[in-house]
Structure formats: C-alpha cells, structure tokens
Design a protein around this ligand. Sequence first.
Ligand code: SF4
Length: 424
Amino acid sequence: MSSGPLKQPEIVTFGCRLNTYESEVMRGHATAAGLNNAVIINTCAVTNEAERQARQAIRKARRDHPDAKIIVTGCAAQTNPDQFQEMTEVDQILGNLEKLEPESFGLEAAERVQVNDIMSATETASHLLEGFEGRARAFLQIQNGCNHRCTFCIIPYGRGNSRSVPLGAIVEQARSLTENGYQEFVLTGVDITAYGEDLPGTPTLGQMCRRLLAAVPDIKRLRLSSLDPVEIDEDLWRLIEKEKRLMPHLHISLQAGDDMVLKRMKRRHLRQDVYDFVEKARSLRPDVVFGADIIAGFPTETDEMAENSRLLLEECDITYAHVFPYSERPGTPAAKMPQVPGNIRKERAATLRAVGEENLARHLNSLVGQKLPVLAENETTGRTETYAPVKFDFTAEPGTIFDVMITGSDGQKLHANLEVAKAL
Ligand code: SF4
C-alpha cells in the first residue's frame, strides 16, 4: 500500500560493506540534489540469488511507492543492466562509477541508463561522509576493484581494477567520523591486501594501518575486511602482534580447502598456506579468531575435495564460516566448467556450515565467565573484540564501548550483565 511521497531518499543495500559505504555517499548526493521521493536499490552481483532479491526489492518498492523515482545501481546494474532495463518499475539505471557522481541525482530527466566502462576507472572518488545511518561502527573505504581474475568471480567486471585511497583522505575521513562519535572502524575494499600498489611509494596495507592509527588516536577499534592469506606484509604482522586497537579477528578469503579446486579457482594460495597463516597469527596473538569465505560445490569438486574444505574449517578452527553454495556467474570461466548438481552444492554447504556452528559455539563457551569490552550495535546487542555476538540484559547506548560480564552462551550468542562487571 502507498505511504505517500517519501520525505527523504530510501536506500536498499545488498552485498558487501563497500556497497554500504557507497549507499551513504548516494544518500548525501540525492539529499543535496533535493531528490527526496526516490528509492535507490544498490545491488550485488555475487550470486544469482542476490540478483533475484534485487529484482524483488524493485517490485516491492514500486508497489509501496507508486510515485517515487526508482533508481537501480550497484554491481548487478554494472554487469547486467539489461535485466533491469526490461523492468517497467525502474526509472533510472546507474553504473558503479555513475552512482558516486552528484550529477547523476539531478531532478531533471536524465538518460535512463548510465552505465559506462568500469575498467577505465583508475582512481577512487573522494567523499567525506558524516556517518552511517543506523550503524554503530563506521566503514572506511581504502581501496576498490581487483586486478585478479578468480575464475568464479564477477566482481572485477562490476568494480574494475584495483585502485587505492591515499592515506591523507583515509585519515581525514576517519577524523571526521571520530568527531561524530564513531569508535570502531572497518577498513573496506574488494582486495584490501592489494592496498597501495598503485600509489606513490607503494605503501603496504600494514604501513597504512600503522600510520592511520598513529594519526587518529581516537580510533578505539580497527577491523580489517577480507585478507588474502599469502599477501600479508611484515608491518601488518607486527600490528597483529602488538597493536591492541587492531581487533583479534581476521577474515580470510579462503574459498576452498583443496589444492586442485584452489588452482581451478585461480587463487594465489594453497591449502597449506592457510594452516601456516592461522598458526603464525595465533603464535603472535593467542586470542585471535578467524572468519573465512568458502564456496561449496565449485565445478569439478569431488566428495574428497569437499572433505578437504570441511577438514580445513575444523582443523584451523574457523569461528565465522561464511559458506556460499557455488553460483555460476555468466561470463566467468568457472561457469563453463563441468558443474556440480545444485542439490549436492547445498548438501556440502550445510556440512560446512555445521562445522562453523560448532566452532562458533566452542568460541562462545570459552568466553563465559569473563569480563569483556563490547561495542553496542544497538540498545540490546553488541560485539566483543573477537566479534562474538552479545545479548544484553540491560539497555545500552548504541555506538558505545563498555565492559560487561559474560554470564552464558546459547551456542549462537553470548548473554551479558552490566552490574556484575561494574561491581568487579
Ligand atoms: S580476489 Fe578473486 S574473488 Fe576477490 S574480488 Fe578479486 S577476482 Fe573476485
């Protein structure tokens, strides 16, 4: 049912943290242009399911707001604009470069489809954000795009080649967000271990993090998004060991635990590299926990190869397993390889998720009885330094960090009490 014209642009965001960051940039541009009665759908192209959900969101937006301007953008609009062009609900389609330009949000009728060659992008556009609506932690964009061509991945076609944000712009953004009260930051990009390769003096990710933390002492907690396990520089290892503001929670772009599958994926690492990475990180920072992205049922994957992925999750004790059944993306090399039937992909994904659930439950149990600092994500839930989810039995102020006593775990989240922690 229609709820009348919107008083401010509504943004529906799918996919990664970079998209979340870019949604805030668009919110600023649309608001500045006076484009209030509009719904912007910021899509993701990583799986067929993500694209299906975007089309569903477009239809719902039209039903709910018959008079609003509906703008579709993001990776699915960049890689496959035709699917949205056919939808009568859609007023405008913007590519991933165009969505960051203020002119794209003018009130006058612009061209319906504005999607240009993303491969021509060599710089990241600079935007100063004031905050992230409804979020207790801030995302800092440090990089965009990817120079690799993993055989399953459509992302480079949606986001172009790797380009880094200069340190000065990252520091300026972090300072203004800390002034607005943000204490926890997540460094985001598509391939953040490629940071700096295109900048003068080729600073590494570790060097940039060290300088950022020194320049902005008000950053209380820093997290990194996905890391390539064989591309960790020496400065980053030193930070993992010594810098308490770098959170003991590392997310690995793992994808598979079998060497043949990793080769067919064109990854840069092998199975043993992940064991070495995990062992080294634990020896430097004993409280560290790991997350990992992993694909179940990649083309040609046999039962034995799938078992290698399961074993790796178990033996490396990966606490946060982000499991995706393989989804073929048209135009990628893997889509042309012999496919694993869909039901087997789902079964293998369930097996991997079960290992992840056990690992998470074990980590949560190990925290019961401890007094730990948490960041309140909203009034009733928060996260520990190791990103463990916590349910409060009190009301908290979102965005603040304080100590709680962990009183129990239900295997999926912790329970916390404030008074006990205060009394200690
Ligand atoms: S590293 Fe591979 S998976 Fe990641 S964005 Fe680049 S091509 Fe895609």
